[in-house]
Design a protein around this ligand. Sequence first.
Ligand code: HEM
Length: 148
Amino acid sequence: MSGRALSDTTAARIVSDTLDAVIYADRTGTIRLWNAGAESIFGHSPEDALGESLDLIIPEKHRRAHWTGWERVMDSGETRYGADPLSVPGIRADGTRVSLEFSITMLKDDEGRIEGIAAVMRDVSKRWEETRDLRKRVRELEAQLSGS
Ligand code: HEM
């Protein structure tokens, strides 16, 4: 295989246009990158999201746990989040919920200090609802069987 590395501009266009949400937050948890996918999933324009805290998309009841984990990762440089995608609920501009799966990437400087964290997030609401409906149906059928 021979090939040339893509230019930084091409790589930036891929990130900017892709349908998954690509979000980057600096050490303080302030949003510094908000791509087209993030805009369509969450309904906030880049103008609205850039400079805001990640709280913009985190439902209130998860914020404390999120920031406790965040601080621990900033202090230690290590995350417990591995290769498996994480499932969380997010909140949209109109207040509705979205089921998300995401992975994170830590960006570190030459000394190993974390500069910020990037997240690639996918809207899995449709699959989440289908699974919930299927589970409900299985429970109903099991109840019918055990009752017969
Ligand atoms: C949008 C909805 C989100 C929710 C509901 C959420 C929720 C949470 C929760 C509950 C924890 C604690 C997990 C635990 O201690 O076991 C956590 C940790 C964490 N979250 Fe979030 N989060 C969200 C988005 C994000 C985003 C966008 C990023 C990165 C840009 C992020 C980065 C982290 C990090 C680095 C930790 C600590 C991981 C560790 O302990 O190794 N989160 N979050």
